[in-house]
Ligand binder design. Structure first.
Ligand code: HAM
Length: 416
């Protein structure tokens, strides 16, 4: 049946955005800060298609939730295809494919759009753009420290100060050591426990503790490995727990030595993806109006092995444009919008058109961005249009200007 085309909605598809010039200007601003800071740390840009074979995400790389959230379809050649829900499997695939030719450590970044079938809500949409910055080939904590420093520097470049956000870090190595040595869990129990921890903030407290007890077979004794914990000394006597905790402490100390004071160990940071193997971190907005996770990442040293070759140490994070925009709005850190057009030329009558076009070309040759308003409407209306488009300057060309070959550049009063 042919649809009545006069009734097609002007709304975009659920959970995705249209970018009007003002919105795209904000997005371009966010991207420009991302690019400037990551490139200053020696990162090089890469990209790939939004389409990936679905197998890439089935190979144990992504959490169940992401598998449930993918946009997957069968193409005309009967291949199962997925719109990428994240970039990490793609970048791992690309690195694995050219591992012999590439120079390491390799620092790569990309700003892909990614798709997740989520319930749209504040900070969560079905399509977002995500800075991915990943370093490959550094096994030591230098990568952890440098990458978290990079994330911190991005926040500073947006104009944030340390009180606006906090960096919380944990370690999968430490969690696994606690699971194995302290709670003596087998692999299935450990995985079930980890999934519960990831959901902890969404569950009522008694439900969380009840479920944990079912999984581990006894009441939860501790998760937070701090001096306040009465079992601290006993836990730290276990070599794998001790080693992982000291490594985490050393990362926090190294970051503090760079002047990054808003970083702390938090046992509640789990991160959903199965591929993380070591340090994991997440950055939170401290403003109660937007108290949410802004972005996160971590170490994933085994992901490349799914492609059949050897594994390779890797550390990176994903920072979404939606959460960062909310953050910048909450803290009033967004620059006000100005059109990329510098000048609008308003023409009073058709006989002045040829001079107006000449002026436009001269100004363009001089590097200015110029639009010509060919409406021939009253000049006040043309200036109003410049104001609506946030164009900062205008020129009026009429008979007199055309004869004398002159013109004046005037400022558009943006508040009239
Ligand atoms: P993720 O935590 O799933 O990690 O996503 C990273 C960030 O993307 C989130 O913290 C948030 O800023 C943004 N984000 C995620 N889902 C949505 C959504 N539905 N709407 C808006 N923004 C969203 C990853 O994707 C990992 N692959 C990151 C990574 C890179 N780990 C290592 N390297």
């Amino acid at each position: 049946m042919v649809k009545n085309t006069s009734n097609i909605s002007t709304e975009p598809y659920k959970g995705v955005r249209d970018f009007y010039p003002e919105d795209l200007a904000v997005q371009n601003y966010i991207f420009s800060i991302w690019k400037k800071v990551v490139e200053s740390f020696g990162y090089n840009e890469y990209n790939a298609s939004v389409l990936e074979p679905s197998d890439l995400y089935k190979a144990k790389t992504s959490e169940e939730i992401v598998n449930e959230q993918t946009y997957t379809f069968t193409d005309r050649g009967d291949r199962e295809v997925t719109l990428r829900p994240e970039m990490t499997p793609t970048v791992a695939r690309m690195i694995a494919s050219r591992k012999r030719e590439l120079g390491f450590p390799a620092r790569w970044y990309s700003i892909p759009n990614v798709f997740r079938y989520e319930r749209p809500q504040r900070g969560r949409l079905r399509e977002h753009w995500q800075l991915n910055a990943d370093v490959f080939g550094i096994a030591g904590t230098e990568a952890d420290v440098e990458t978290i420093k990079l994330a911190y520097n991005i926040m500073k470049a947006f104009g944030a100060d340390d009180s606006h956000f906090e960096i919380k870090i944990n370690s999968r190595k430490l969690l696994n050591a606690i699971f194995n040595s302290w709670y003596e869990l087998d692999e299935n129990q450990a995985q079930a426990f980890q999934r519960l921890l990831d959901k902890k903030s969404k569950l009522p407290e008694e439900v969380f503790y009840g479920e944990v007890e079912k999984v581990i077979g006894k009441p939860l004794e501790f998760l937070n490995l701090s001096h306040q914990n009465p079992t601290y000394e006993q836990a730290m006597a276990m070599p794998d727990i001790r080693e992982a905790k000291l490594e985490l402490d050393s990362i926090v100390e190294q970051l503090k030595s760079f002047g990054i004071s808003n970083v702390s160990y938090d046992e509640n940071i789990i991160r959903g993806f199965d591929y993380y193997t070591g340090t994991v971190f997440e950055v939170f907005d401290t403003d109660p109006a937007n108290n949410r996770s802004l972005f996160g990442g971590g170490r994933y040293d085994n992901l490349l092995s799914i492609f059949g070759g050897e594994s390779l140490p890797a550390f990176g994070f994903g920072m979404g444009d939606v959460t960062i925009r909310d953050f910048l709005e909450t803290h009033e850190l967004l620059p006000s919008y100005v059109s990329t057009t510098d000048i609008m030329i308003c023409i009073m009558d058709e006989s002045s058109r040829s001079y107006a076009d000449k002026v436009a070309d001269e100004l363009r040759a001089d590097g200015k961005k110029v639009s010509v308003n060919y409406s021939y409407r009253p000049v006040v209306d043309q200036i109003k249009s410049a104001r609506k488009q946030s164009i900062p300057y205008f020129i009026v060309i009429g008979e007199e200007e055309s004869l004398k070959k002159t013109y004046d550049i005037k400022q558009v009063n943006q508040h009239e």
